[in-house]
Design a protein around this ligand. Structure first.
Ligand code: SF4
Length: 383
């Protein structure tokens, strides 16, 4: 049988043990019956999607269980859901990258071993900071010691592909405390790091505090120092930056996320999860009760459906691709969408090239080191 188009498979687990003070993701503390209802509903959604001719035309090479906190679900359930994914959908011949997000304090050594045995081969650990005071401010449920213990247990369980999430620009954080977190994290030799500056999102407790002037956020200069500290520390490590906020050792870039940045096809399962296949982007309703109810009664679960024409997809592919340090291939864009990038952007592109914010090298458009910190402004002109 011929293989269909390559794609990534995402499962959204919307449960957390406690809501962090900065979080605007669709996640919540489950009520007693929520987990059972969720499992029934996602299994139903998977079965339905597996019958969809457009989905049957996809061949998956990555699976990502994200959230929320997937490790909030019992490990046997995670193993069963992974098994369902592998049984119901078609995979490419290569070894799939199978990632799961875990948070320290939600899984023990035995649980990590079970995950490894179930087939997960990449862990993304929500470390965020290795400073206990900062972790408390963020409303995280764990200490730095628990994060380190999770990492040690993950290695013992046989995970040789670990990623840590870290955050900077935190309330009360200094360039010095950030540097300490960063150095300690690098000492543990992760294969991958994701580092994001804190953004204060509307609707979060942090937003309320910021409006009341009670957030002791570091000054812009201090945040710039933190960014410089990243460059310095990464420069001395075996990791290399490959996306605006992501760093990896050779060969360990996140394949699942690379598919998003290359604007590939993906299937999202679970409430609030987004899918892009068959020329459409669809978002499932981000409400557990509505999601379960609609699935049980055979109603459409999509809250939003967007028909994507070729030009829209071209522009999206350029914007997403600029997040990658390698940029986007002009030839590949022409092949996929029949549009020539330099001709299309014409007068918009010249000033960006003149100011050396972007460059065209070896047939690829990419941000320059000068353009990277101004990525949002550059993208706003090309969107
Ligand atoms: S653990 Fe992650 S998803 Fe859950 S509340 Fe905290 S930041 Fe949000």
């Amino acid at each position: 049988m011929a293989l269909g188009s390559r794609a990534g498979l995402y499962l959204h687990v919307p449960f957390c043990q406690k809501k962090c003070a900065y979080c605007s993701f669709y996640s919540f503390v489950p009520q007693p019956d929520d987990i059972r209802r969720y499992i029934e509903a996602v299994r139903l959604q998977m079965q339905q999607l597996a019958q969809d001719p457009d989905v049957r035309n996809l061949s998956f090479s990555t699976i990502f269980f994200g959230g929320g906190t997937p490790s909030n679900l019992p490990v046997e359930v995670l193993a069963q859901l992974l098994d369902d994914c592998r049984t119901l959908f078609t995979f490419t011949g290569e070894v799939p990258e199978i990632s799961i997000e875990v948070n320290p304090g939600t899984i023990d050594a035995a649980g990590l071993q079970q995950l490894r045995r179930a087939g997960f081969n990449r862990l993304s650990i929500g470390v965020q900071s290795l400073d206990d005071r900062e972790l408390r401010q963020l409303g995280r449920i764990h200490t730095s010691g628990e994060a380190l213990a999770t990492i040690v247990a993950a290695r013992s369980a046989g995970f040789d592909n670990l990623s840590f999430d870290l955050m900077y620009g935190l309330p009360g954080q200094t360039a010095h405390s950030w540097q300490e977190t960063l150095e300690r994290a690098l000492t543990i030799a992760p294969e991958h790091l994701s580092m994001y500056e804190l953004t204060v999102e509307e609707g979060t407790p942090f937003f309320k505090k910021a409006r009341q002037g009670q957030m002791n956020l570091p000054a812009e200069d201090a945040v710039l120092d933190m960014m410089v500290a990243i460059d310095t520390a990464i420069g001395r490590s075996p990791l290399a930056r490959y996306e605006i906020s992501n760093y990896a050792v050779a060969g360990r870039q996140c394949r699942h996320n690379l598919n998003y940045w290359n604007n590939g096809r993906y299937l999202g399962i679970g409430p609030g999860a987004v899918s892009a296949f068959g020329g459409k982007r669809r978002a499932a309703v981000a409400d557990l009760s509505a999601y379960c109810g609609r699935l049980a009664t055979g109603m459409d679960i999509w809250q939003e459906v967007e028909q994507l024409d070729s030009e829209t997809r071209f522009r999206e592919t350029v914007i997403m691709g600029l997040r990658l340090l390698a940029g986007v291939s002009i030839r590949e864009l022409r092949r996929r969408f029949g549009i020539d990038l330099p001709t299309y952007y014409n007068t918009t592109l010249d000033p960006l090239l003149d100011q050396q914010l972007v460059t065209i090298r070896a047939g690829r458009l990419a941000l320059t080191p000068k353009g990277l910190p101004l990525a949002n402004q550059v993208m706003a002109l090309l969107v």
